[in-house]
Design a protein around this ligand. Structure first.
Ligand SMILES: [Zn+2]
Length: 64
């Protein structure tokens, strides 16, 4: 390898990225779980509030 970083740096960088992504995904998953709380709508995937989907309920409301 004449160009680029020495292999040890490549390994360190890939490990850093790997664990960084793992931590990031873990945190985001936790955040989503916390923010979802009551669940998500099976139709549109939006957050359920007061056991109702704000989007589907609004649509229903409009169609009436
Ligand atoms: Zn919905």
């Amino acid at each position: 390898m004449g160009v680029g970083l020495p292999p040890i740096y490549a390994i360190i960088i890939s490990l850093t990225i790997y664990f960084g992504i793992r931590i990031f995904v873990g945190r985001r998953k936790k955040m989503i779980e916390e923010s979802v709380g009551e669940g998500i709508c099976v139709k549109c995937g939006s957050k359920i509030e007061n056991k109702k989907c704000p989007i589907c309920d609004r649509k229903k409301f409009k169609n009436v």
